[in-house]
Design a protein around this ligand. Structure first.
Ligand code: FAD
Length: 532
């Protein structure tokens, strides 16, 4: 089998992976360069579709303070956010956001050239930076893709998917098996620092704001390799995704910032209803708004509610939300005149590979950053626009950590690893699975049983159904194509979500159980690990 050797390898090219690759290449002298592997084209990711913005407690906004941002984050996190992690990330945000600006990211500014800040739900003040109005993710990833392409020390491998981590018998990560979608071949990459920046798991659910690639690959691979996985039961359902029809499954996001600018939620009769659910109304934390919409849909027997943005001054609405207004227009909705049909959809994975702010995981040589990691910042419920911040701060801190680490190409590849590799030289028996149909089946199970409201009964139904799907899918390691690998990973992360949700016999943040409505006095993280 073909192989290559690099001291540092980054997997994934969203905000976390691109920025980590860039900072490492800028800071560390790597004679053979750094390898950046991504399963689609460079920059294709959840990050690219982020709209509302990125939190920055920056010196350009002197009214804001780290302590205020920390207070808002901890409140939204429902007792499970780690205070020290939150304080650290918030405090470093000024340095990191200004470094992003120096690396070519253009945040929106007023006519005097000053950065403009917006408000989002559950933030106590305007502190969200944005780019291109409501195209912040595109603004950040485009700039980072440009910088990565211009850096001769970064080698990019596109349409290539990490499918297994190589762990030596002394439990050190030594690299990964990569599947090249174009050639259909597998190859080996050896490294002493493998960085997973592979994003979240939204695609495990029928309705999601996440693009097709969000299949939880990194979490599944790390779990199989024996890493500790944390808090997987906490899946954030965004309250307002564009709900054109029950058949529209990958749903376009209607950013929280639209409510931040004054839009109101209304029911089928045009009546506002949020005051019945929270005194913060439209600006309550996401989990509360999501459950309010879900209840209202059940009361009214409707597949959606509506978001009335037409009450926002027209020129402001169009200038601030060009992407949202044009996407709605393509679908026959003029948002200056008509309310937008919206419903909740799976959006963000609070849990993931347990990692520190510098990306270190429970396995030596394996690092995880961005949505695939669980640092404890988001707790049980992520505060809007904290995720892009976590991506870039953790990438920055990881580069700093690695600049003091002993980065060399691993020399000794032990017999355990040789055995792992052997599997990939053998031919897979049987014909290709209809992975699209299988994915649809899994997504239905998860949406219907492990969604916004959960019960022991629904979770046990899901557990059984996923076990059957696993039994029917005969590939455990080598698969025939990318779709099969993704399905295998989706099965694995679905089980982790279900296990976490069964174990957590309370309701907290995004995890709501109608049979355990109480929130326990002591907040505990959940951990799952294959190898104890
Ligand atoms: C529609 C939408 C709007 C959002 N808006 C905001 C917002 O305004 N503010 C905010 O803070 N957050 C927002 N979020 C959340 C935020 O965008 C994500 O949490 C964040 O961008 C995740 O970045 P990441 O780099 O960790 O992962 P991603 O951006 O998802 O990148 C993952 C990368 O890994 C690659 N990959 C995955 N598996 C493999 C594999 N096996 N092998 C190789 N490559 C692989 C993917 O192709 C991709 O390039 C939004 C999310 C969505 C979906």
């Amino acid at each position: 089998m073909k192989y290559s050797e690099y001291s540092t390898v980054v997997i994934g090219s969203g905000a976390a992976g691109l920025y980590a690759a860039l900072k490492i290449a800028q800071q560390i002298n790597l004679p053979e360069g750094l390898l950046l592997i991504t399963k689609s084209t460079l920059g294709e990711s959840n990050s690219r579709y982020a709209q509302g913005g990125i939190v920055g407690v920056v010196h350009q906004n002197p009214a804001d303070k780290v302590s205020l941002h920390v207070e808002d984050t901890l409140k939204a996190g429902a007792g499970l956010s780690k205070k020290e992690t939150t304080e650290y990330i918030s405090a470093v945000s000024d340095e990191v956001l200004n470094d992003l600006i120096n690396n070519g990211v253009d945040f929106d500014r007023d006519e005097n050239g000053n950065l403009t800040f917006t408000l989002e739900a559950a933030h106590s003040m305007k502190r969200i930076l944005h780019s291109g109005g409501d195209a912040t993710g595109k603004g950040i990833t485009d700039a980072l893709v440009r910088a990565v392409r211009n850096n001769n020390n970064i080698h990019v491998m596109e349409n290539s998917m990490a499918v297994e981590l190589l762990i030596s018998s002394d439990k050190v990560c030594k690299g990964a098996i990569i599947y090249n979608e174009m050639t259909g071949e597998h190859e080996i990459v050896y490294t002493s620092a493998l960085i997973l920046a592979t994003g979240g798991v939204g695609q495990v659910y029928k309705y999601t704001t996440n693009p097709n690639g969000a299949t939880g690959d990194g979490i599944a691979l790390a779990y199989e390799a024996g890493a500790v996985i944390q808090d997987m039961e906490f899946i954030q359902f965004h309250p307002t995704a564009l709900a054109l029809s029950p058949d529209s499954k990958n749903r376009f996001l209607i950013s929280e910032a639209v409510r931040g600018e004054g839009a109101k939620l209304i029911n089928k009769n045009g009546e506002e209803f949020m005051s019945r659910y929270s005194d913060k109304r439209e600006l309550a934390p996401r989990d509360i708004v999501t459950r309010a919409i879900y209840s209202q849909m059940n009361i009214d027997h409707t597949p959606n509610v509506f978001l009335n943005a037409s009450i926002i001054e027209q020129s402001k609405l169009l200038k601030r939300f060009p992407t949202i207004s044009s996407r709605c227009k393509e679908n026959g909705i003029d948002i200056t005149q008509k309310p937008i049909p919206v419903a909740p959809a799976a959006h963000y994975t609070m849990g993931g590979i347990k990692a520190g702010v510098d990306g270190r995981t429970s396995i030596r040589g394996l690092y995880a950053i961005g949505e695939t990691a669980s640092t404890g910042l988001h707790g049980a419920n992520r505060l809007a626009s904290n995720s892009l911040l976590e991506c870039v701060v953790c990438a920055y801190e990881l580069a700093d950590y690695l600049s003091f680490a002993n980065l060399e190409i691993p020399k000794m590849i032990d017999s355990g690893i040789k055995k792992m590799i052997d599997v990939y030289s053998r031919t897979v028996k049987g014909k290709e699975y209809d992975y699209n149909a299988l994915k649809t089946r899994l997504k239905d199970i998860m949406w219907n049983n492990v969604g916004i409201i959960r019960t022991e009964k629904s979770l046990q139904i899901a557990k059984k159904a996923v076990e059957i799907l696993k039994k029917d899918f005969k590939r455990q390691r080598k698969c025939l194509n990318k779709g099969e690998y993704e399905y295998r990973n989706m099965l694995s992360v679905a089980s982790l979500i279900i296990e976490g949700a069964i174990e957590r016999k309370e309701s907290r943040g995004a995890h709501c159980r109608s049979d355990y409505k109480q929130t326990d006095d002591v907040a505990k993280h959940s951990e799952l690990c294959k190898i104890s």
